[in-house]
Design a protein. Structure first.
Length: 292
């Protein structure tokens, strides 16, 4: 008997509806968030979410708690893999489950949980293409309120990481090397150092290429077609080895849509510098560049 296929990258609203109806082990996570108003994500979730979805808060669940010695750096440091696995177990998640993640912000936040599950060794995790707006447009049901309460802990166990995490020391050691191509997902004005609303220093890592994460999304709120994404990344890299790409942004969150887009385009998985600009610029001895 052939097992049902898992979804390791994207899932459409129609596919998710079918998956819900199939009765297969499934957990859906709403990752809606707002950096300027951190409480807004929970308010949005309580107003409307996919039935059965749990809320995953960027600050509380997808970033390190104070005192975690294994946390990465930056404004939204990754927790240790062990701490993350403990949270997954606390919400009832199991290795046999398909995970689906979504938000309302163009994959800006749900990509973080997609990447973290891959980092924990879980292959069956997909981003709902288009997020909640497309779900609702496709006739998907929503509910309000605080959502489900886990009735029993899960038994999730860490597996070999499926995505690569790069430290600030590695980025600095390989600066200027052909073995490393940094792709910065921040808005062009932040990349050029013209504005900096969140971090103490404006600018970018020397040699980085700029690819705003929003460039991956089409007018219908879904990811652009694979062939278009490939052409755009080929133009950005201009002959550089795609395997050398290390993604970053301000704090390691909005870099992930670029990673997902490269995989949609057919490239092999690339690396993430989770500390990103917020960690890089925290040390005044590190070089900073400005301009295009």
């Amino acid at each position: 008997m052939t097992s049902a296929p898992s979804f390791p990258l994207l899932i459409s609203a129609v596919q998710l509806q079918s998956l819900q109806a199939s009765g297969r082990p499934l957990m859906v996570f709403d990752c809606s968030f707002d950096l300027a108003q951190p409480s807004a994500g929970m308010a949005q979730y309580q107003e409307a979410h996919i039935p059965g979805a749990l809320y995953a808060d960027l600050d509380q669940h997808l970033s390190a708690r104070p005192g975690d010695p294994a946390a990465s750096g930056g404004r939204h440091p990754l927790p240790s893999r062990e701490a993350f696995a403990a949270w997954l177990r606390s919400v009832g998640f199991n290795n046999a489950m398909q995970a689906v993640v979504y938000d309302r912000q163009g994959v800006n936040y749900c990509g973080r949980l997609w990447w973290m599950l891959k980092w924990a060794g879980h292959e069956a995790v997909a981003v709902l293409d288009g997020g909640l707006p497309v779900w609702q447009a496709a006739g998907g049901a929503v509910q309000s309120g605080s959502g489900p309460v886990p009735t029993a802990p899960g038994d999730f166990a860490l597996q070999t990481p499926l995505r690569r995490l790069v430290s600030v020391d590695t980025v600095q050691a390989q600066l200027g090397s052909a073995a490393q191509t940094i792709v910065d997902a921040r808005a062009p004005a932040r990349f050029r150092g013209e504005v900096e609303p969140l971090d103490p220093v404006a600018g970018h890592i020397p040699g980085a290429l700029n690819r705003p994460f929003s460039d991956n999304i089409a007018l219908d709120a879904r990811f652009k077609p694979a062939e278009l994404l490939k052409a755009e990344f080929d133009a950005l890299l201009a002959g550089r080895d795609p395997a050398s790409v290390v993604h970053q942004c301000g704090s390691g969150v909005s870099a992930v849509p670029n990673m997902i887009a490269m995989e949609v385009a057919g490239f092999a998985p690339t690396a993430l510098f989770a500390g990103s600009w917020s960690q890089w610029c925290s040390d005044p001895s590190r070089p900073c560049a400005q301009g295009a």
